[in-house]
Design a binder for this molecule. Structure first.
Ligand SMILES: [Zn+2]
Ligand SMILES: [Zn+2]
Length: 572
């Protein structure tokens, strides 16, 4: 698939520069041949030292990095953040995806792999991960059936990167996505992982038991994945925690332990869960449960320090991510490479007409791990709370090329932002230091000397296409969130970062072209990090700009946010 195809097939993926923007950056065009608006854009970029290379790929990806800055971007000690891809952040393709999708190989699913692939394509996704629930029947039956379907889907859809994974029952904790790069050992490794480390397979009905033995088993599983990559049995393996705050099972010390055990494999969590139509009113054929199906409360296996509000979504996002100065920020304040994603968790699509085909699931011989193909009733079904992949939630990654390995490298590096309801089409963020010529994009690290000044340049492409309910969303506000890096937490269950706050908000009144925002940090004194969120501004918590605790019922299309991953600034 060429870049040209990409642009046509994929209106939402990244930050395609407009024609004037391309011409401003194309140094094959002399200043004298530019129109005045193009020339002023070029002068602006030149003033920031951001003009010069990679217009080819950047016409899709939109990263603008001069050779001077690109050279400076190579970290001096790349081993320090093992998840970080160490190439220069130029020439990125921003590819949209979803790493959490269920099929007829989950007892609470129904769709064929090809159904999801078709919808994902129509919704502009570039990559997707099939993640049926771990259980004995899945290990015995589901993996191989899925593998055959995934191989077919890859052949039939060369423009779509279709990964095979599973939804891991993390021993002692919640669910998580585990997936591997395609390769000759792909299915074998999934078998090995699930048989030995899935909580339901290993501990049966006791999978979430909050005890040190199970927590150690989870860490062992993550290490095993890393060892398979080290032994070159797979090019890459990733684990991301799904719906982390839903039942309070993922305690802060478990998250830290996973990330410490294999920082290139255990790289993050869902910043927003799937099931975003879970709060839609019954009168509108929704389940009227809760957005994300976040309708749980503290149980026997929950981490006791989690407050009642952590069991709800906030503007559609998980409390760990949505709370400024909360758990995610406490991890980032450690300088920890721990990233967020947003996915569909699609099992049963809101107002869809398909129902599961015949079948049952059995974890004893003869094992049964699949439904027959779904049956079309021709009638919109009531009570479904999910969206098709790409219809509502997306995780957009900055990949160096359109390949399985590059997308996984981008996820591992945190070069990602996420959105709901097509709120924006593109986001490109660069932090640049004045004197040391260090630059970084999302997930990266800028190295600066104490007292040096830095510039954060944020480029946002507003939505141009109608979203899944036929509305072109309007971005109304962007918030820059930042805080100091305070070093490794002595309390492994730390879940607050008191120094982190909204540093700056921009009201957005323009919905065309490229919105360029910049933020200057004069004379930086200590290591810090910065991240972004934006909103359509329709609702917020009373008397505040913070997201609202999602009520029930609610229409998820009326409260849209995007979030970026952080950029770290390390001061020497
Ligand atoms: Zn799950
Ligand atoms: Zn799931």
């Amino acid at each position: 698939v060429t870049d040209q195809d990409h642009r046509h097939s994929h209106p939402h993926g990244g930050l395609p520069a407009d024609a004037a923007d391309n011409r401003a950056r194309d140094l094959n065009i002399r200043d004298a041949d530019l129109r005045p608006s193009e020339l002023s854009r070029r002068e602006f970029l030149r003033g920031l030292g951001l003009l010069g290379v990679a217009v080819g790929a950047a016409s899709v990806g939109g990263s603008l990095v001069s050779p001077r800055v690109a050279r400076a971007a190579t970290p001096r000690s790349p081993e320090r953040r093992p998840g970080t891809d160490t190439d220069a952040p130029g020439g990125l393709l921003w590819l949209s995806g979803d790493h959490h999708i269920h099929t007829q190989y989950s007892s609470d699913g129904r769709y064929r792999v090809r159904d999801h692939v078709g919808h994902a394509r129509r919704n502009g996704l570039d990559w997707m991960v099939i993640t049926d629930h771990g259980r004995i029947a899945h290990e015995k039956v589901g993996i191989d059936r899925t593998h055959a379907d995934v191989l077919d889907a890859r052949t039939a859809n060369p423009g779509m990167l279709v990964y095979q994974g599973l939804e891991w029952n993390i021993p002692g904790a919640e669910h998580g996505t585990v997936f591997l790069a395609p390769g000759p050992n792909e299915a074998d490794l999934l078998h090995g992982f699930e048989a030995n480390f899935d909580g339901v397979v290993v501990y049966a009905g006791n999978a979430t038991k909050n005890d040190p033995v199970q927590e150690a088993k989870a860490v062992e599983g993550v290490r095993w994945l890393a060892s398979q990559v080290a032994a070159r049995r797979s090019e890459a393996a990733l684990f991301l925690a799904n719906h982390p705050a839903r039942r309070g099972l993922d305690s802060p010390h478990e998250i830290r332990a996973w990330n410490d055990a294999a920082p290139s494999v255990a790289v993050g969590m869902e910043g927003a869960p799937g099931h975003q139509a879970g709060g839609v009113a019954k009168a509108d054929l929704g389940p009227e449960a809760a957005r994300g199906y976040y309708d749980f409360s503290a149980g026997a296996q929950s981490h006791p320090a989690y407050p009642p509000e952590s069991y709800r979504t906030w503007g559609g996002f998980d409390w760990m991510t949505a709370k400024v100065g909360g758990l995610w920020d406490s991890l980032l304040a450690e300088g920890r490479p721990w990233w967020i994603t947003a996915n569909s968790d699609s099992h049963a699509v809101y107002r869809d007409t398909l129902v599961p085909g015949a079948g049952t699931f059995s974890d004893v011989a003869p094992f049964v791990g699949a439904y027959a193909d779904p049956v079309d009733t021709g009638v919109e079904q009531a009570g479904n709370g999910d969206f098709w992949p790409g219809l509502y939630s997306r995780t957009v990654v900055g990949a160096r090329r359109r390949s399985y390995a590059s997308v996984m490298a981008a996820i591992a590096a945190g070069r990602m932002w996420v959105s709901h309801g097509g709120l924006i089409d593109g986001l490109d963020v660069l932090a640049v230091s004045d004197r040391t010529d260090s630059v970084a994009t999302l997930g990266g690290t800028v190295r600066a000397r104490r007292g040096e000044s830095l510039e954060l340049v944020i480029r946002i492409r507003p939505a141009r296409q109608p979203n899944g309910v036929g509305v072109v969303p309007k971005l109304r506000r962007v918030d820059l969130i930042g805080g100091p890096q305070t070093g490794a937490a002595s309390d492994r269950d730390a879940m607050s970062a008191p120094g982190t706050a909204v540093l700056r908000s921009w009201e957005i009144d323009r919905q065309h072209g490229v919105i360029v925002l910049s933020y200057r940090i004069p004379r930086v004194q200590g290591s810090m990090y910065l991240r972004l969120r934006g909103t359509d501004g329709s609702v917020s918590a009373p008397g505040s700009i913070e997201p609202r605790l999602d009520p029930v019922p609610m229409d998820p299309w009326t409260d849209l946010w995007f979030y970026s991953n952080p950029i770290f600034i390390d001061v020497e």
